[in-house]
Design a protein around this ligand. Sequence first.
Ligand SMILES: NC(=O)C1=CN([C@@H]2O[C@H](COP(=O)(O)OP(=O)(O)OC[C@H]3O[C@@H](n4cnc5c(N)ncnc54)[C@H](OP(=O)(O)O)[C@@H]3O)[C@@H](O)[C@H]2O)C=CC1
Ligand SMILES: O=C(O)C1=N[C@H](C(=O)O)C[C@H](O)C1
Length: 250
Amino acid sequence: MSSTRVAVIGAAGRMGGAVCGAVEAADGLELVGRFDAGDDLGDLGGADVVVEFSVPDASPGNVAHCVERGVHVVVGTTGWDEARLADLRDRLAGHPEVGVLVAPNFAVGAVLMMELARRAAPFFESAEVVELHHPDKVDAPSGTAARTADLVGAARAEAGCDPVPDATTHDPEGARGAVVHGIPVHSVRLRGLVAHQEVLLGNPGETLTIRHDSLDRASFMTGVVGAVRRVADHPGLTVGLEHYLGLGDA
Ligand SMILES: NC(=O)C1=CN([C@@H]2O[C@H](COP(=O)(O)OP(=O)(O)OC[C@H]3O[C@@H](n4cnc5c(N)ncnc54)[C@H](OP(=O)(O)O)[C@@H]3O)[C@@H](O)[C@H]2O)C=CC1
Ligand SMILES: O=C(O)C1=N[C@H](C(=O)O)C[C@H](O)C1
C-alpha cells in the first residue's frame, strides 16, 4: 500500500516542528512539505493531507487553500470561532469529498477532560475553568478552555440549570476573568508550564476538580498522527477529536 503524503503548515513552530518529527517516525506516512510564514503554499508539496498549526489569523486562509485543492486538513490552530467555522462549512460544501478536522486539543487526556466536564457540569451549581500555559502563547483564553466552557455552558443550558452563582458587583480590573457561554474562564501564563487546565465544579459542601496536564508536546502527537490517518474517512467539517474516538454526544 502506498504512503499517505503529509505536509505541515507552521512547520517552524513548536507544534509544527514536533508534528514533522512525528510524521517522519510514523509507518505509512511520508513528509512531503514544510511550510511556514511567508512561504508560497503552491501545490502543498503534492500532499494528500495537511497538518496546520500556525496562528489564529492565518489559519482560515491556509485551510481554504488546502480545501480548494482537494486536500484533507487536520487543524490544531486555535481561534476557530463560529463565524470562521461557518465560512469553512460553506467552502467545504463545494468540495464534498474533502475532510477537515478542527480540534482545539489532540491530547487524549484533554479530550476526556472536556467530555467528563460536559457530563458532570449539570450536576453542580458552580462551574469555572482555569487554564495555565507557557508565556509564549499568543491567544487567551486557550482554545481548549473556550471549547470546554462552550460544552459545559451548553450542557447546563440544556439541563435547565440556573446561571452560576456570583455576587460580584465590583470588579474594575476584570479579576473574575473572561465569561464564555456563562462560564468564567481564567488564564495563567507561567514560564515552566506547557499546557494545563482545571475544570472546577461546586455544590454546597463539595467540589469536583477535573485536571489535565500536558507535560510535553509529545502528548499531542498520537492524536495528530491518528487524525492524519482518519481524516479522509470523515468528509466535511468535524470539530473536536472526540468524534474520531467514539466519544461525544452519548
Ligand atoms: N490542538 C492542539 O492540540 C494544540 C494546538 N496548539 C495551537 O497551535 C497553534 C501553534 O502553536 P505553537 O506551535 O505553540 O506556536 P508557534 O508560534 O511556535 O508556531 C506557529 C508557527 O506558525 C508560523 N506562522 C505564522 N504565520 C503563518 C502563516 N501565515 N502561514 C504559515 N505559518 C505561519 C509562525 O511563524 P512566525 O513565528 O515567523 O510568525 C510559527 O513558526 C496555536 O494556535 C496553539 O494554540 C498548540 C498546541 C496543541
Ligand atoms: O498554545 C498551546 O500551547 C496550546 N494550545 C491549545 C489551546 O489553546 O487550547 C492546546 C493546548 O492547550 C496547548
